[in-house]
Design a protein around this ligand. Structure first.
Ligand code: ADP
Length: 635
């Protein structure tokens, strides 16, 4: 044994101290020692405790052994304290052991010192090891208890022995309620018995199983978990337990599903937009000619028929508008508007038209609910929601409209995850109707998805709402309980400050003064329809079949034209390209673009390029007359 012992010796007799050291060296210890004899020096040394052992005499001239021991104990140093004394009666020996001395050795029997020290040091080492193990265990147990993952430990037969607090938080079951149960008590609808079988085979073979569970909480609601399950083996490699570490992934799944749904809707939207675009061109012609026809001197039958064509083409135009809205291709006319004014205005109409057995209410506070939005689209969105609520309550019920301002803060508990941080106007439409089956919810916003009987629903209402909300950078959510009712919640970015609602006033058809208008349109039928319409509105129309032709005419005689009415999508040269060329050649004639769809960003660019106005397809005589009057007045 050649361990170096760092010794503190409390002893007034230097020779005795040397003797003690000598005995220890005899026992094989190398000693590094210091002798102290007063209370002050003793305590001073203990302040820097780098000793392995304290050897203390019991009777000192200025200091007594029991006081020294008590002072030493106060330091909780975990160093063996051995009393080495010439005279120590049995009573004192017992008292000092009670007071915490590790052992005692009589000076007359110093040969015992070696073994006593050896035992004391061994005990100290063991004590430390035990403390370390207890510490480790406590840490481990805290980690399991405070783990953000659910932890389940089962015996070899799969009976639960332990679940941590997170498990209780996620499932609602306490440890007492599940001890002895199989984890299958949580089984939901989408995890099959075969899957459990596979899992069991994997883990009993000593392998790790990773996968997802569809589980049911104590309260009957469902959730998804991702889990890793493996065997716990003893030192001999025999499986004694199984350990499952699980994470609640319900929210992640919901967000993934939402993203998938958005992608699906975006691709349907693209397809729908293409179809709507072509139909728009056809409708433009039907609509214009039927308007023209209805205004002519016809027989009573003829006028009625022309009116039917006109009405039907308007209905078709509305359908197309719904599809364009859904595919977010509607041209928005955004302005500051106050949502509460719009709803109050519409309430008057709804109160008149909804069945008496539907109680309608509108709940809003004293805030302002300003939006930068297209009020016509907002009106459409509200109408669709109200119609759906009405249809969901064939026997009557309550229809509540709510308006709130909501600030979504980062990490706020009630923040719906899909709505980003910011200031929002939150609209809710709640009914006490039939509700919606959970399985149908992912399909609600798909165009043509309807549960209504043919002729009753087109399945475009919610698709249109979805597109309108998205085009206004908003979010829509639905909550529904079958048999109890449904709430649609819409978040739209709030404007700061108050706004005035812009009211649109229907105007009379304004006729022109024989101003000359250049019509640039590649589709011959549409071109002719436009020329005919201009004629009716008392304008002089000049036709160009494409951008090149238009340019030839304008280079020679641009002065003659009061305005250019130009289609956007033409094969050779688009409307925008023509406008750019006119700018280059410094030909300044008021330019109006005709298009079914102009994205917001393009609109800003086109306005900068000098476009004075735009006209949406399908064309309507009233809109054409209004637009021409406005453009010529401003132009
Ligand atoms: P439509 O009303 O023409 O069927 P929508 O797109 O507006 O088309 O609605 C699609 C479907 O969503 C409806 O057929 C209906 O099943 C369901 N739905 C919409 N709103 C509600 C509601 N408030 N309550 C119950 N079901 C609803």
């Amino acid at each position: 044994m050649s361990t170096t012992l760092r010794l503190l010796i409390l002893e007034d007799e230097p020779l005795d101290a040397e003797l003690v050291v000598h005995m220890l060296e005899e026992a094989g210890y190398r000693c590094q020692w210091e002798r102290v004899e007063t209370e002050e020096t003793f305590l001073n040394r203990l302040n820097e405790p780098t000793y392995d052992l304290v050897l203390a005499d019991y009777r000192l001239p200025a200091f007594d052994g029991l006081t020294a021991l008590k002072l030493f104990n106060k330091r909780s140093l975990n160093i063996p304290y051995i009393i080495v004394s010439g005279t120590l009666g049995e009573e004192l020996a017992i008292e000092s052991l009670k007071a915490g001395a590790t052992d005692y050795v009589l000076k007359q029997r110093l040969e015992r010192l070696g073994p006593v020290v050896q035992r004391a040091l061994r005990e100290k080492e063991e004590q430390e090891r035990r403390r370390q193990a207890e510490d480790d265990l406590r840490k481990l147990s805290q980690a399991v208890k405070q783990s953000p993952a659910s932890i389940v430990i089962t015996d070899r037969d799969g009976a639960i022995e332990y679940v941590n607090p997170k498990f209780t938080e996620v499932t609602g079951y306490t440890l007492d309620e599940v001890v002895g149960e199989n984890p299958r008590v949580l089984k939901g609808d989408h995890t099959t018995a075969e899957e459990y079988e596979r899992l069991w085979q994997t883990i009993t073979a000593g392998n790790e199983w990773r996968g997802e569970f569809h589980n049911k909480r104590k309260d009957g609601t469902f959730f998804w978990e991702s889990a890793s399950i493996s065997a716990i083996k003893n030192a001999e490699g025999v499986i004694t337990h199984f350990l499952a570490v699980k994470e609640d992934i319900t929210e992640r799944k919901r967000i993934e599903e939402q993203a998938r749904q958005q992608e699906r809707l975006a691709s349907i939207g693209q397809l729908a937009a293409g179809i709507a675009h072509d139909f728009n061109n056809i409708l433009a012609v039907i609509s214009l000619y039927s308007d023209l026809l209805a205004g002519q001197a016809l027989s009573a039958d003829g006028r009625r028929q022309a009116q039917v064509i006109s009405q039907q083409s308007k209905r078709a135009a509305d359908l197309i508008q719904q599809i364009l809205d859904f595919s977010r291709r509607a041209v928005l006319e955004r302005a500051s508007m106050e949502m509460s004014y719009l709803i109050k205005e519409l309430m008057k109409m709804w109160q008149r038209t909804l069945p008496d057995n539907i109680r309608l209410s509108f709940d809003y506070g004293s805030d302002t609910y300003g939006l930068y939005a297209d009020s016509t689209r907002m009106q459409q969105m509200l109408m669709n929601l109200i119609i759906n609520a009405r249809d969901a309550m064939p026997d009557g019920g309550e229809l509540k409209i709510g308006l709130e301002r909501r600030r979504i803060e980062e990490c706020s508990d009630d923040a719906p995850l899909s709505v980003p941080v910011g200031e929002w106007v939150r609209l809710t439409v709640t009914d006490t109707g039939v509700g919606i089956e959970p399985a149908l919810i992912p399909h609600l916003y798909e165009p043509f998805f309807t549960t209504k009987s043919p002729g009753k629903g087109t399945g475009l209402g919610l698709a249109q709402i979805y597109g309108i909300v998205k085009q206004h950078e908003g979010h829509i959510e639905v909550e529904s309980i079958v048999g109890q009712g449904t709430t649609f919640t819409i978040y739209l970015p709030a404007l700061s400050g108050s706004t005035g609602l812009e009211n649109r006033i229907e105007t009379e058809t304004i006729l022109g003064n024989q101003e000359t208008i250049l019509v640039v349109e590649d589709n011959e039928t549409t071109r002719q329809a436009l020329l005919d319409s201009l004629d009716v509105l008392n304008y002089e129309g000049v036709a160009a079949a494409n951008g090149r032709e238009a340019l030839e005419i304008l280079v020679k005689r641009s002065d003659e034209f009061a305005l250019i009415l130009c289609d956007q999508s033409m094969p050779e040269m688009s409307g925008e390209a023509l406008l750019a060329t006119l700018n280059e050649q410094k030909i300044a004639v008021p330019f109006v673009l005709v298009s079914s769809y102009v994205p917001e960003a393009d609109m800003i660019r086109l306005r900068k390029m000098g476009m004075v106005n735009w006209l949406s397809k399908p064309l309507k005589l009233q809109a054409l007359s209004d637009m021409l009057a406005e453009s010529l007045r401003n132009g």
